[in-house]
Structures are given as structure tokens and as C-alpha cells.
Design a binder for this molecule. Structure first.
Ligand code: PBG
Length: 337
């Protein structure tokens, strides 16, 4: 047998499978791991009391009234989940062209944040900043003559960030993709006495069809209709552009940067982490959750195994943490070891 010269050794002296032979050895050489500290749990909230509505396209995920959300958050906290991200489903009659409800200090999200901060002190509270839950057209920014206005939107986003921070939100997460919003929000927070409030920028957020079930969950799908968000969210063809987006957000004061969606964009997570070395998060979005859940329901995939494998994939790509609808389930599983 011709001996092949390789810096990695050669067969049969070198046998990669020797190390894989035993569970103890596999555990010793594992390069990456998933822990409960890596999980952020997104929860959908709506008005009412003791009111729970399943989301058809997201099996096992329900929209919750604030009281039920608090129960869920307590359970998450007890399992060690560091942070909860709250998303409001706004009553249709509160939606307007300008999305004014976004800046109402008594809106659903602000009441939920106040309740959560009081009931589960010490848990991270992440709130989106974007107008889509509140606008009749379902867009993240102000719309005039068919165009999303950038600079006018920034003013509203700053007010929205402020009412949320006043309510007790600890992580402001701009998800709107307007230019300059991180700097504007950082300035507004600092001037408003919220110098300690963190910013998690949806820095590289792509115009993706994987958000479909989320838009059902928050009730913005019908508002957006056949519209899309391609004039502000990124084109899935681009990766250098993600580097620029992230670089700008860091320069503008982002504490955390996020890539979204997750699984189809793991290359972006890896490039960003390597390039900037900042806390980097990935959002395993609603469509990714739906896809894994639906196939598992049909018996085509093993739910628990694909959940853990997909989450570990984010860690391997370089993510410091993952926003995932599997968070509670994963935390329970990781707690069993
Ligand atoms: C709102 C927002 C979206 C998601 C998070 N924040 C939807 C969108 O941009 O249309 C998607 C999350 C998911 O699909 O799980 N700007």
C-alpha cells in the first residue's frame, strides 16, 4: 500500500475512529457545547387574563396573556434561562398608519415588561424596537407614497425604545433595519437616564420567507399582505454587506449583534464572530422552528435530536447564544444531562 504523506498522519497508524469509539472519549474531545446560558426564549403576548391561543404554524407555541407569560417566565428562570424576548400581538383596532401605539407607555408590551421585571427580577428582558406590530401596513417604519422613511422613523423608534426602557426592559433590540438607528437609540437612552440599558442589534437581518409563522403569531401577516421588506432588510445573496452592517452597529454602540434568520445564514454568524469578536447571537426564527416541528410531528425527524443538533450548530458557527422557540424544551433536556 502506497504511503500517503500527510501532516495529519496516515492510515493505518492514524485511525480517527479510535477516539469516537467510547462515549467518555467523545465527551472529552467535544469542541463545542450547548448550555442553558446560551438560550433566549421569545414569547408572544396578547391581551386578556388566563388566555392562551395556540399558533397553528408553530406547534407547542402559544400566544399568552400577561399572567400566563409570567408563569412561563418563572419556569424559564428556574431552569436558568438568562433572558426572555417579548413580542406583542396588538389588537387590530390599535393599529394605525403611523403605529402610534408603539410609543404608548401603557401599551401591552410596556405593561408586560413592568409585570415581568417585578415578578421575575434578574431575568434579562429583550424588547424589539420596530413598528410592525403597530402599523396598519405591517411595515417596520413609517410609510409615505409607498416608501419607508428612514430618518423620520428614527424619531419614533427612539421614543419606542424609551417607553420600553422606562418600563424596565433591559435589552433594547432594534429589528427595523433603518440606517443610523443604533446610534440614535443609544443617544436617546443615554439622555433619558438609561445608560445601563443594553442594545442587541438585529445587525444582519435578511428579508426572509422564514418569518412567515412569526407574522401569523403577532398578527402582522394580513397587514403586510403581498408586501415585502426588501427595501430595508438584507438581500440573502449578500455576505460582505453583513460585515458592513455589523461594523456600523458596533461603531454606533451595539453591545450585542445578531444574525437572522439562523440556520440558512450560519456562514454570516461565523464571519461576524471571526471578524469582530463581539458578543454574537443568532435567531432561529419561526420558520426554522416550524420546519423542524412539522417534520417531527410527522415522525420524519426526531424532535429532541434535531433541536439539540440545530442549536449546537449555532455554537459551532461561533454564536454566543441563540434566540429560539425551543428554549424551554432545550433547557429542560440540558438539565437532565
Ligand atoms: C419584527 C420582527 C420579525 C421577527 C422578529 N422581529 C418579523 C419581520 O421582520 O417581519 C421574526 C422572528 C421570527 O420569524 O421568529 N421586525
Amino acid at each position: 500500500m502506497a504511503k500517503c504523506e500527510s501532516p495529519f498522519g496516515s492510515f493505518p497508524t492514524t485511525r480517527m475512529r479510535r477516539v469516537r469509539r467510547y462515549d467518555w472519549a467523545r465527551r472529552m474531545v467535544a469542541e463545542h457545547s450547548l448550555s442553558v446560558d446560551d438560550l433566549i426564549w421569545p414569547l408572544f403576548i396578547h391581551e386578556g387574563t388566563n388566555h392562551r391561543v395556540p399558533i397553528d404554524s408553530m406547534p407547542h407555541v402559544d400566544r399568552l396573556s400577561i399572567d400566563l407569560m409570567l408563569e412561563a417566565a418563572k419556569e424559564a428562570c428556574a431552569l436558568g434561562i438568562p433572558a426572555i424576548a417579548l413580542f406583542p400581538a396588538t389588537d387590530a383596532n390599535l393599529k394605525t398608519e403611523e403605529g402610534r401605539e408603539a410609543v404608548n407607555p401603557e401599551n401591552l408590551i410596556c405593561r408586560a415588561v413592568r409585570a415581568l421585571a417585578a415578578a421575575v427580577p434578574g431575568i434579562g428582558i429583550v424588547c424589539d424596537v420596530a413598528l410592525d406590530p403597530y402599523t396598519t401596513h405591517g411595515h417596520d417604519g413609517l410609510l409615505r407614497d409607498g416608501q419607508i422613511l428612514n430618518d423620520e422613523t428614527l424619531d419614533v423608534l427612539c421614543q419606542q425604545a424609551l417607553v420600553q426602557a422606562d418600563a424596565g426592559c433591559t435589552v433594547i433590540a432594534p429589528s427595523d433595519m433603518m440606517d443610523g438607528r443604533v446610534a440614535a437609540i443609544r443617544h436617546a437612552l443615554d439622555s433619558g437616564g438609561h445608560g445601563e440599558t443594553l442594545i442587541m442589534a438585529y445587525a444582519a437581518k435578511y428579508a426572509s420567507a422564514f418569518y412567515g409563522p412569526f407574522r401569523d403569531a403577532v398578527g402582522s401577516a394580513t397587514n403586510l399582505g403581498a408586501g415585502d421588506k426588501r427595501t430595508y432588510q438584507m438581500d440573502g445573496a449578500n455576505t460582505d454587506e453583513a460585515i458592513r452592517e455589523v461594523g456600523l452597529d458596533i461603531a454606533e454602540g451595539a453591545d450585542f449583534v445578531m444574525v437572522k434568520p439562523g440556520m440558512p445564514y450560519l456562514d454570516i454568524v461565523q464571519r461576524i464572530k471571526e471578524r469582530f469578536g463581539v458578543p454574537t447571537f443568532a435567531y432561529q426564527v419561526s420558520g426554522e422552528y416550524a420546519m423542524l416541528s412539522a417534520a417531527s410531528e410527522r415522525g420524519w425527524l426526531n424532535r429532541e435530536q434535531v433541536m439539540l443538533e440545530s442549536l449546537l450548530g449555532f455554537k459551532r458557527a461561533g454564536a454566543d447564544g441563540v434566540l429560539t422557540y425551543f428554549a424551554l424544551e432545550a433547557a429542560k433536556r440540558l438539565g437532565q444531562t
